[in-house]
Design a protein around this ligand. Sequence first.
Ligand SMILES: NC(=O)C1=CN([C@@H]2O[C@H](COP(=O)(O)OP(=O)(O)OC[C@H]3O[C@@H](n4cnc5c(N)ncnc54)[C@H](O)[C@@H]3O)[C@@H](O)[C@H]2O)C=CC1
Ligand SMILES: O=C([O-])C1=[NH+]CCC1
Length: 277
Amino acid sequence: MSSVPPVFISSAEVERLLPRASLLLPGLEAALCNFSAGAAGGVEQPLRAVVPVRPHGGFLGVMPAYSAADDALTTKLVTFYEHRGDSAAPSHRATVLLFDPRCGSLRAVLDGTVITAKRTAAVSAIATKLLMPRSAEVLCILGAGVQARSHYEIFTELFPFTEVRLWSRTEQNALRLASSVGGAVRVCGTAREAVVGADVIVTVTMATTPILFGEWVKPGAHVNAVGASRPDWRELDDVLMKSSVLVVDSREAALAESGDVILSGVSLGAPVLRSSV
Ligand SMILES: NC(=O)C1=CN([C@@H]2O[C@H](COP(=O)(O)OP(=O)(O)OC[C@H]3O[C@@H](n4cnc5c(N)ncnc54)[C@H](O)[C@@H]3O)[C@@H](O)[C@H]2O)C=CC1
Ligand SMILES: O=C([O-])C1=[NH+]CCC1
């Protein structure tokens, strides 16, 4: 078994096998349920280790997991860089290693960059399906990078929004994204213009200070706060954090990694377990 060399699955192959992020929904819903069930769910997923690469403004994240239900043993390795010399280079790059859980031999090395784009958007879509207002019409996306595109794709596939608004710090990037997707997108000159009246908001920036302010957000709106994944990064201001009902997949990770949670000082309530999503 251990003499079989691992297969390599490139980004093009991942794209071919996974043309739409929505294909991930059943597997991710089951994985979220298993993870939320604690020991009974059979998921071993410690808090990831994140190694700063200080001279270069980067980070290396190591994300191991074992799922008994899938008998899958895997690790994602992801690098992400705040400041890139070549601005066209992707800020995030990932590789997924898949092991044979029976003996620990390496079976596959997969490009994880496409997987990260699609998995993250699919999990936001699951949260949105469960938490958005019933009559949601307006989608707002703040940011215009890789995650903005993947969120646009799955959200417009799954939900009947009548208007999609997009804002980016660099308007040119928003215009480029808007013109490259199939449907109608309103590019807004300010984040406020994009947010006011929106029913579902997605924050997918690398901002380190708030870009989304509670005074703009419609009561009952659902926010997918994706970007601020370092303890000193923010996307949402204190007003919004303190006036919202927070739903997290991992309390441990939210309290250790989410700048929005840590720096706003909000406390997470008692865990709520659901038998299905
Ligand atoms: N929660 C999760 O599971 C995941 C979170 N992320 C996070 O989502 C965010 C977006 O990731 P990608 O789309 O891959 O990155 P990207 O580099 O492709 O796009 C980043 C976007 O943020 C904008 N931006 C950068 N600095 C900003 C600032 N100070 N203020 C406002 N906008 C700013 C850029 O102009 C660009 O539109 C990142 O923070 C990333 O770490 C990414 C993957 C998974
Ligand atoms: O889960 C992930 O891939 C990442 N989270 C923050 C940066 C990359």
